[in-house]
Design a protein around this ligand. Structure first.
Ligand code: NAD
Length: 415
């Protein structure tokens, strides 16, 4: 079967929004393509003395609202089209939360699981040598993504600063806290999603206090969703899964104990106070909120008719296929779309950049309060758009974000 090209999907989504918003042809065409894209090779000395040539990409999709912002992925199957699609989605994500940044993304074709720490460090530094001229606080600011970590960000920042001969911590975000990272970045994605879920529940009259939640993908986003879902929303965790399977207990699972168990054993499967379940069964549980927090395309045309959650809060990117999306909407399930629900991460990345520029660092409570403000405003802007155009929240999120980027292009006199 031919693999769906993610960039074709991204262009189709834009086409729909452009038509609905009545964008003129030039603006529509401008937003269909990356403004700039870079493809390059990076020779890296390997531990065995050989030199390997790695391929890298950086796409600056749109910078009308501010410098490009977006993660850097290390993946064996990386392609320019994947990076273009992700850069487009970052453009809509920074716009929907109304932070003064554009959208970008980077990638390296590599398999970090087969590389030593030294090889990874040399690759990270090679990427910066290849891109230093196009990066910077006022141009383009990368961040961690699939298989890139705060340590990788630290090496990259160091290489950039060595090249330019001065401190520039804001050139990259997601850094370790002692060298310019922000407090609160670790749980920002889940926390942002929890704030959006809280607002959505209020707006649509769903009582979450004392309700239940299931978390698919008990990794970074999923673990914090469980902890904060319990702390902030008063939800009881009844099921959680990872790539090995799921654990289920209708009476409730202590999220902190499960995080501890996963840390020690490496999986949620076998947690003593629960029974084993498959990942497929978890998605169909009768719960107040389902948090898909693992991979794309897990809620499909096939299983969507059996989904019984009242609300689906998409912390993962692209967990619901377009066909499944329609089925969930028809069933009256409230779907909080990925690029709104998981925008807390990039929002705190932006806060990190602001703190780096001021060279003055905020307390945790200030990060939380400012994140809450951004996510709450973003939800209500989207909800108002949904009411105005009689569309669902995902469609409304596209309308809000594309309209803002189009307006910035127009005000600059580009179109
Ligand atoms: P992670 O690697 O920390 O966690 C992913 C978890 O999913 C792991 O526990 C893994 O075992 C589990 N998993 C893998 N395959 C699975 C399967 N088939 N069924 C159930 N679980 C499975 O990754 P993360 O950083 O938490 O990211 C998760 C998702 O959230 C991704 O889609 C990512 O793009 C998105 N996201 C994350 C952030 C962030 O800041 N971490 C920001 C925005 C979006």
């Amino acid at each position: 079967m031919e693999r769906l090209n993610p960039f074709t999907t991204a262009q189709k989504q834009l086409d729909w929004a452009a038509e609905k918003l009545g964008l003129d042809e030039a603006t529509h065409e401008l937003l269909r393509w990356p403004m700039k894209e870079f493809s390059f090779t990076m020779p890296v000395r390997m531990d065995d003395g050989t030199t390997r040539i790695f391929r890298g990409f950086r796409v600056q999709y749109n910078t009308a609202r501010g410098p490009a912002k977006g993660g850097l992925r290390w993946h064996p199957d990386e392609t320019l089209d994947t990076v273009r699609a992700l850069a487009a989605w970052m453009t809509w994500k920074t716009s929907v939360v109304d932070i003064p940044l554009g959208g970008g993304k980077g990638g390296i074709v590599c398999n970090p699981k087969e590389m030593s720490e030294g090889e990874k460090e040399r690759l990270a530094r090679a990427y910066i040598r290849a891109t230093a001229g196009i990066l910077g606080v006022t141009k383009d600011v990368p961040a961690p993504d699939v298989y890139t970590t705060p340590q990788v960000m630290a090496w990259m920042m160091d290489e950039f600063e060595t090249l330019v001969g001065e401190h520039h911590p804001g050139v990259i975000t997601g850094k370790p806290v002692p060298i310019g990272g922000s407090l609160g970045r670790h749980d920002a994605t889940a926390r942002g999603g929890i704030y959006v879920a809280r607002e959505a529940a209020k707006a649509y009259g769903l009582a979450l206090q004392g309700g239940t939640m299931a978390v698919q993908g008990f990794g970074n986003a999923g673990q914090y969703a469980a902890l904060l879902g319990s702390e902030i929303l008063g939800l009881r965790l009844v099921a959680a899964s990872d790539s090995k399977g799921a654990v289920y207990n209708p009476k409730g699972i202590d999220p902190a104990a499960l995080v501890q168990f996963k840390k020690q054993i490496g999986t949620v499967v076998g947690f003593p106070e629960g029974e084993t379940l498959t990942n497929a069964e978890l998605l169909e549980l009768d719960v107040s909120v389902l948090f898909p927090s693992a991979l794309e395309n897990v809620i499909t045309e096939e299983n969507a008719p059996r989904v019984r959650a009242r609300m689906v809060c998409e912390l993962a990117n692209g967990p619901t296929t377009p066909e499944a999306d329609r089925i969930l909407q028809d069933k009256g399930i409230l779907v909080l779309p990925d690029f709104l629900a998981n925008a807390g991460g990039v929002t705190v990345s932006y806060f990190e950049q602001v703190q780096n520029t001021y060279n003055y660092y905020w307390e945790l409570k200030d990060v939380y309060a400012r994140l809450d403000d951004k996510m709450t405003r973003a939800f209500h802007a989207v909800d108002e758009m949904a009411a105005r155009h009689k569309v669902d929240l995902r469609q409304a999120a596209y309308l809000v974000s594309v309209a803002r980027v189009a307006e910035a292009c127009r005000l600059r006199g580009w179109v």
